[in-house]
Design a protein around this ligand. Structure first.
Ligand code: PAF
Length: 265
């Protein structure tokens, strides 16, 4: 493709593809002449107690969706092709990794940074698209690319939502019908908070309200509800909103952990 003068866009995925992934492929195709996608359920980003073996897998269905979206090539390595038995390297991005998801899932961003760095070197794209759904991951990858001077432009892809506002996620497949109904409380609570914050409501009380709304709706546990600087995820100073920020939340319904985030201000 390179020899033919093509520019290469890349979308890294763990498969179980939905409209959100498809939108990332379309975005890649708008910016480059070819799109390459990877399908790899990365064991390094799952802790022992997490859902690695249960993670939904449908390679044939995924390849069909990618092809229909205009993807030109799929890279679907086997675990031992990525991680030989004596694989011994780990990439750790400090700073933005250490908070929020990093506190709830300490292994996660190291596993993501390690696999994404390797995928970047294998694919050598000009541009890569990462979804804003995993907002902190997007910032970690931006930091990785800047710190290590990967010659790759990172483009954010907007979150794609179901009709009731729930952010699309492969893990939504785990939800039972009543849990799925509960899940829509997450985007609703975030939207209510955004409107309050933009009307100068106190930050602390507004975030506490989101947490209470989620618990009331039937979420089993709230890991965090936070308002952060959009570019750095540093805590927002002051009692009320003064500039652009990001609201982020993570909570469990039954055994399924959902995350979401939205722009504020
Ligand atoms: O966002 C994901 O699906 C994964 O974390 C990624 C970026 C494909 C790395 O395994």
């Amino acid at each position: 493709m390179r020899a033919a003068g093509d520019t290469l866009g890349f979308v890294a995925t763990m498969g179980a593809l939905h409209e959100g992934h498809v939108s990332l492929v379309r975005l890649a195709k708008q910016n480059t002449t070819r799109c390459i996608a990877s399908l790899f359920v990365n064991p390094k980003q799952f802790a022992a107690h997490e859902d690695l073996s249960a993670y939904p897998r449908d390679e044939a269905g995924d390849v069909a969706k990618l092809e229909a979206a205009g993807c030109d090539l799929v890279f679907a390595p086997k675990p031992n092709e990525m991680y030989a038995d004596d694989f011994a390297t780990a990439i750790s991005v400090g700073g933005v990794s250490n908070d929020l998801e990093g506190l709830s899932r300490p292994h996660f961003f190291g596993g993501v940074a390690t696999v994404v760095a390797k995928l970047f070197l294998q694919v050598q794209p000009d541009m890569a698209v990462f979804g804003e759904k995993d907002y902190q991951q997007l910032l970690v990858i931006r930091k990785l690319v800047r710190d290590m001077a990967f010659p790759i432009t990172i483009i954010p892809g907007p979150t794609i939502r179901e009709m009731d506002g729930l952010a699309m996620s492969s893990r939504n497949a785990y939800l039972s019908a009543p849990e799925r109904a509960t899940a829509s409380a997450m985007p609703r609570a975030l939207r209510t908070a955004i409107s309050a914050l933009e009307h100068r409501a106190p930050i602390k009380a507004t975030l506490a309200r989101v947490e209470a709304d989620l618990t009331q709706a039937g979420f089993a546990r709230v890991d965090y509800v936070a308002l952060r600087e959009a570019e750095t995820l540093a805590p927002v100073a002051g009692d009320t909103l003064t500039g652009a920020a990001r609201i982020l939340a993570a909570a469990l319904i039954g055994r399924t952990r959902l995350i979401d985030n939205m722009a504020v201000g």
